[in-house]
Design a protein around this ligand. Structure first.
Ligand code: ADP
Ligand code: MG
Length: 652
């Protein structure tokens, strides 16, 4: 049985069993599912005459001499001579007692290790050694390498896993036969055996392919099931297209929609006219114009007689959206209100919402607090959705089964999005409005800092506005952050930017104070805004053309890209200056990627390659397990797994 306890079959000590336990390994199945971290191909032998100094050499030869002695310090030293017909070479091991029980003079072995020059001669120092046989484990084959841990190394694991390998045939195939056949996947029992001890690279590849597919397929199945559960029994509120209303709103805009905006809108309208509630994620780079798309969707919903809730992560953003929506819907006879947290009497608003007197409400988390009820919520919009948890999204949508429109500027690579948000359909706004010039991005080294300040100063004198972002503070200590941003504010006020109108923004200010600062910045009363990363999300001030980021290497690429997206919103040329506070190779690599790359999606790919998904998106928190074999970057695999999961469930 695969569930057999290792204590029954493994012939090992209690101590080792306890360590295994710590790795979550207690049964035969667990041990067999502990896959190698990597492999070394040690099949290629060289003859003794060909061995090279300071390199790993694998040789096959006879131990023609062997003896052991004790050093003066009490260390056991085993020395021997290996010969293979082309020559002989000395070999030595230190303090490896067990070898005296394994090695026999005159027998044939594989040796794998480095040849060193020592005391006037070349000598094999402590090579791995294994008797020549048909079933080599540690040398002379493709050798699996496992993550060891304190008191338990890869070699030990290799031996133990090999001892239970016979159980592999008990694994039962959970993949339907037609999928295996169509994709040419090997059976699970063979895959498990070969992932540990493949006899060729081809076998290894086939094993990996099978296991990686199964991993992603399982995740996809789960998320599609989640989606089906949400839609099950839910009667979608069918919303008709109101082309006239949309046309008159669009006609009033100072621009025309981009192709990507149109396409996304059409996808949304199609979803909302259907039988099922929409579950759609709109991904669009900063500045790609997601808001107007949401506004047009909202217009249709209100025209069809339903209400709309528009949830955003910060009060500053709520107010910005609120005033924009008010302006856009002016003359449409649509009532727009704002709902924020904090003190104050919200009863009147709550009542008006529940009676259906408010058509569109913009707000923060306050929208999902107790007491908020809608008469007939038709559309829930979640802006910057990555700032909210799954539960919060669900809560907003718990008012009946409204259509759900999520929006994000975090350019998650498509493959990862499919897994993280597999239950959402995805629209991509992959086009920035024309006329926008890419933001010129430059790394500023310490010795050039003063030149940069001077240049910026002159620009401000010509009428441009500037953001200065201060470094992240370790442990995200709010108080420290306030201190550091205040210090920077003072430094600049007295130094490089003396005489300019400088403002300060940080998370410890009241929302009224923050709003006042933003209003002043928008109105041009503040020329330079020194801020912590609170500025990150959604702020739209087209006249701000310069972004200066201090301690830039401390931020992730995606976040830096978000900051950069705050400028370049009008038709003026914009600039982003990256000021590192430390010069690490890894940090510099990231910053120079930002200099070169302007698409958030390309950057996200770079980030994914450099840092892995866990770091960037908090994958663990979002409930996605670490992948053992598959990679999120494998687009082909993710796509195929999704397609197969859909076909599989369609039959059910
Ligand atoms: P984001 O996708 O980052 O939320 P916004 O919706 O805030 O972007 O839009 C950024 C700016 O671009 C806004 O000032 C908006 O009015 C403007 N905008 C949106 N669509 C277009 C377009 N098609 N052409 C020109 N400007 C546009
Ligand atoms: Mg936005």
């Amino acid at each position: 049985m695969l569930e057999t306890k290792l204590s029954k079959v493994l012939g090992t000590t209690k101590k080792h069993l306890t360590i295994l336990n710590g790795l979550g390994i207690t049964t035969v199945r667990d041990l067999l599912e502990y896959f190698p971290r990597t492999y070394t191909d040690e099949r290629e032998c060289v003859s003794v005459s060909e061995v090279k100094l300071d390199q790993v050499n694998v040789i096959k030869g006879k131990l023609t001499a062997l003896n052991s002695r004790k050093s003066r310090g009490g260390m056991i030293i085993m020395e021997g001579i290996v010969s293979d017909g082309t020559g002989s070479v000395p070999v030595v091991w230190f303090n490896q007692k067990y070898l005296s029980q394994i090695l026999r003079k005159g027998a044939d072995y594989y040796f794998s290790g480095k040849l060193k020059y020592d005391n006037g001669r070349s000598i094999f120092k402590s090579p791995k050694v294994e008797a020549v046989s048909k079933n080599m484990l540690h040398v002379g084959r493709i050798v699996p390498v496992y993550h060891g841990t304190e008191g338990l190394n890869s070699t030990w694991l290799r031996g133990k896993i090999n001892s239970v390998l016979g159980y592999a045939e008990l694994f039962e195939d959970e993949l339907p036969g037609w999928i295996r056949k169509e994709l040419g996947l090997i059976s699970i029992d063979k895959a498990i055996a070969d992932i540990h001890f493949p006899s060729s690279q081809k076998d290894l590849k086939a094993a990996r392919k099978r296991l990686a597919f199964e991993e992603i397929f399982g995740l996809q199945l789960k998320s599609i099931k989640r989606k089906k559960a949400w839609q099950k029994g839910a009667k979608g509120l069918s919303v008709a297209r109101d082309d006239d209303a949309m046309k008159s709103l669009v006609d009033g805009l100072p621009f025309s929609l981009t192709g990507a905006q149109r396409r996304t809108l059409i996808e949304i309208l199609k979803d909302m006219s259907g039988e099922l509630p929409m579950l759609r994620l709109v991904q669009g780079d900063v500045g790609s114009g997601k808001t107007i798309v949401a506004v047009l969707a909202a217009l249709n919903v209100v025209k069809a007689g339903y209400q709309v809730a528009f949830m955003v992560p910060t009060e500053v953003l709520a107010k910005q959206h609120y005033s924009k929506l008010k302006e856009l819907f002016d003359g449409f006879g649509i009532s727009v209100e704002i709902l924020l947290g904090g003190v104050g009497d919200k009863k009147i608003l709550h009542k008006a919402l529940s009676k259906g007197e408010i058509d569109i409400v913009v707000g923060t988390h306050a929208l999902i607090q107790e007491g908020v009820e809608f008469k007939k919520l038709g559309l829930a919009i979640v802006d910057e959705q990555h700032r909210f948890g799954v539960e919060q999204r669900k809560k907003l949508a718990a008012n009946g089964t409204p259509h759900l429109l999520s929006m994000t500027a975090t350019p998650i690579p498509r493959t990862l999005a499919m897994i993280l948000y597999g239950d959402l359909d995805i629209s991509l706004i992959d086009e920035v409005p024309s006329g926008r010039k890419p933001v010129v991005t430059r790394l500023v080294l310490e010795k050039k800092r003063n030149d940069a300040y001077k240049w910026i100063y002159d620009k401000v004198k010509e009428g441009d506005q500037v953001y200065v972002i201060c470094p992240l503070v370790e442990d995200s200590d709010k108080l420290e952050e306030v201190k550091s941003v205040t210090a920077e504010f003072e430094r600049l006020s007295k130094g490089a930017f003396k005489g300019l109108k400088i403002g300060l923004l940080h998370g410890r200010m009241s929302s009224q104070e923050k709003q006042d600062v933003m209003d002043d910045f928008k109105a041009g009363k503040i020329e330079v805004l020194v801020s912590t990363s609170v500025i990150e999300v959604g702020i739209d001030v087209p006249n701000a053309t310069i972004m200066m980021i201090e301690g830039a290497e401390r931020f992730g690429l995606s976040q830096l890209h978000q900051f950069r997206g705050r400028v370049g919103r009008g038709d003026k040329q914009s600039y982003c200056f990256l000021m590192p506070s430390k010069y690490t190779p890894e940090g510099m690599a990231r910053l120079s990627a930002l200099e070169r790359t302007h698409s958030g999606f390309d950057l996200a790919e770079v980030d994914l390659q450099m840092r892995g998904p866990g770091e960037i998106y908090g994958v663990r928190q979002s409930g996605i397990p670490d992948l053992k074999i598959a990679s999120f970057g494998d687009q082909e695999l993710v796509r195929t797994a999704k397609e197969m999961a859909e076909r599989y469930l369609a039959d059910k």
